[in-house]
Design a protein. Structure first.
Ligand code: RB5
Length: 147
């Protein structure tokens, strides 16, 4: 899979951990940084990875900040991007099955590396169920006219 990663200073350590994990699995990873604890503004980095999903350059985006929240809010401003915050394996699974999420944000200050890896696996491997969820996801896309 083509996966774009981006982090701010609150998420870069977890992002680096996940980059190593994904590269070990043979994914094609683009890492937009950051690479240090120097303070930056998360929308500047969310835009790079979410932009790749919006343009089709990436299949998925993984975003990392302190809480995951700012990255998800920012990514959801991009057409075609459906970003969820990864808070538990069950909810990550549902974000794929019901919402066809194509971006996931994780909170580097709240998520242990092993838990993050488990949620990343579920995010990448769980299929969208379609069916009754299809028209709801189409209705999300229709809301983009309000942006
Ligand atoms: C940065 O201190 C922090 O606000 C950011 O990483 C993120 O948690 C925002 O949602």
């Amino acid at each position: 899979m083509k996966i774009s990663l981006a982090a701010d200073h609150g998420g870069f350590e977890l992002k680096d951990n996940i980059r190593t994990y994904l590269e070990g699995q043979g994914h094609q990873v683009t890492d937009y940084g950051v690479h240090s604890a120097d303070s930056v503004d998360y929308p500047d980095y969310a835009s790079k990875a979410a932009g790749d999903v919006a343009s089709g350059r990436a299949d998925r985006a993984l975003l990392f900040c302190g809480s995951g929240i700012g990255m998800a809010i920012s990514a959801n401003k991009f057409k075609g991007v459906r970003a969820a915050v990864g808070t538990s394996p069950e909810l990550v699974k549902l974000s794929r099955q019901h919402n066809n999420a194509n971006a996931m944000a994780l909170g580097g200050r709240f998520t242990a590396p092993a838990a993050a890896r488990e949620m990343v696996d579920l995010f990448l491997e769980t299929p969208f169920e379609g069916g009754r969820h299809e028209k709801r996801v189409e209705k999300i896309a229709a809301l983009e006219a309000n942006l």
